[in-house]
Design a protein around this ligand. Structure first.
Ligand code: PMP
Length: 362
């Protein structure tokens, strides 16, 4: 096999090599069916068992919280931005948002199209380079829910703790850090994530929600945009993204084999510490964009003294086999996305490269 790239893409992103190899081995003849998972009916026993296994594994990794259900949807996390207010925002209520960056902003703007909104807290004044304090969150008079973004993929911030909203449903976009660490599902009415960072290939959106939240939906909504349609049909109302669900099931097995969410968290902490230690110890050559308490273990954002130097860094890194280190086009700078499947070796190689680049350009 050719050498694998040091892949720091923000999403779609690195998948575990073990999972890719397993998928390759069973690609053309899945479970002795004489066909691939993509070629069989989603109503058949084989696909249905994969679908159910993936749902059960996901809940098991979260400690089997009572009364929650897993949906596999399409349309990306971006469609959830709209479905959430469409399904949960009633007359006379306000959709509450914590504004932490580009993704929170996109979610909020969709809610504005649907009904009344309220900004419960914001770090916009700080250019989203920090997070609002949980104690600064202030809900509206009649909140339908509070929406937060656990990890801002572009800015590189990550909530280490989540607000206690009492009886107000807490909904979280976990697209860029789901299953990267343990969390208490029971704190949330719903979490959701596009699969393409920590769970599998793009094309599947995972929703984990309290079953009573997603059992009845407003009747005027189009069928596919009602959570209740997918809940009552166990995400098999229409053709599901079957290959993606199969891949998620394999990624979940891979997480189990690494000690579940605790094991994965320890690995992720080690990877992030390597990079942040390099940045913090570089005497200002590398500058972290986010303060230590709020920075993400998934998306490490940093800058160099000038844009020219950043361009030189990216060019040199590409020549050495590093992929995806350019920051998002909206903010510039540099970003290393180190999701679950990015190996420790890739992070060590990046730290070596950063040290070398500093010695030759410092
Ligand atoms: N939320 C976050 C935090 C993201 O990082 C992204 C994608 N990068 C999205 C939402 C949008 O996801 P999708 O492309 O699946 O619609």
């Amino acid at each position: 096999m050719n050498k694998r790239a040091y892949n720091f893409n923000a999403g779609p992103a690195a998948l575990p090599l073990e999972v890719l190899e397993r998928a390759q081995a069973e690609f053309v003849d899945f479970r002795e069916s004489g066909m691939s998972i993509m070629e069989m009916s989603h109503r058949g026993a084989i696909y249905e068992s994969v679908h159910k296994e993936a749902q059960e594994r996901l809940l098991a990794l979260l400690g089997n919280p009572d009364g929650y259900k897993v949906l596999f949807l399409q349309g990306g996390a971006s469609t959830q931005f709209a479905m959430i207010p469409m399904n949960f925002l009633g007359q006379g209520q306000q959709a509450n948002y914590v504004m932490t960056g580009s993704w929170a902003d996109k979610a909020y703007k969709e809610a504005k199209l649907i009904g009344e909104t309220h900004i419960a807290a914001s770090s916009e004044a700080d250019n989203y380079m920090s997070l609002p304090k949980l104690t600064d969150i202030s809900l509206s008079d009649n909140p339908a829910y509070l929406h937060i973004t656990s990890n801002e993929t572009i800015g590189g911030t990550q909530f280490k703790q989540f607000p206690d909203t009492g009886s107000v449903p807490l909904i979280c976009d976990m697209s860029s850090d789901i299953l990267s660490r343990p969390f208490d599902m029971k704190q949330f009415a719903m979490v959701y994530a596009g699969a393409q960072k920590n769970l599998g290939p793009s094309g599947v959106t995972v929703v984990i929600a309290k079953e009573d939240m997603i059992t009845s939906s407003p009747k005027h909504l189009p069928t596919m945009l009602r959570y209740s349609t997918h809940t009552s049909n166990d995400s098999l109302y229409n053709t599901p993204p079957s290959f993606g669900v199969y891949m998620i099931n394999e990624v979940l097995k891979w997480i189990e084999e690494r000690g579940g969410l605790e094991g994965i968290r320890d690995l992720n902490r080690e990877k992030a510490a390597l990079l942040y230690d390099m940045i913090d110890g570089s005497e200002g050559f590398y500058r972290g964009c986010v303060d230590a308490g709020n920075r993400s273990d998934m998306n490490v954002t940093f800058r160099l003294e000038s844009e020219e130097l950043e361009k030189a860094f990216i060019k040199a890194s590409e020549q050495e086999g590093f992929v995806g280190l350019k920051g998002h086009r909206s903010v510039g700078g540099l970003r290393a996305s180190i999701y679950n499947a990015v190996p420790l070796e890739s992070c060590k190689a990046l730290v070596d490269f950063m040290g070398h680049f500093k010695r030759t350009h410092g």
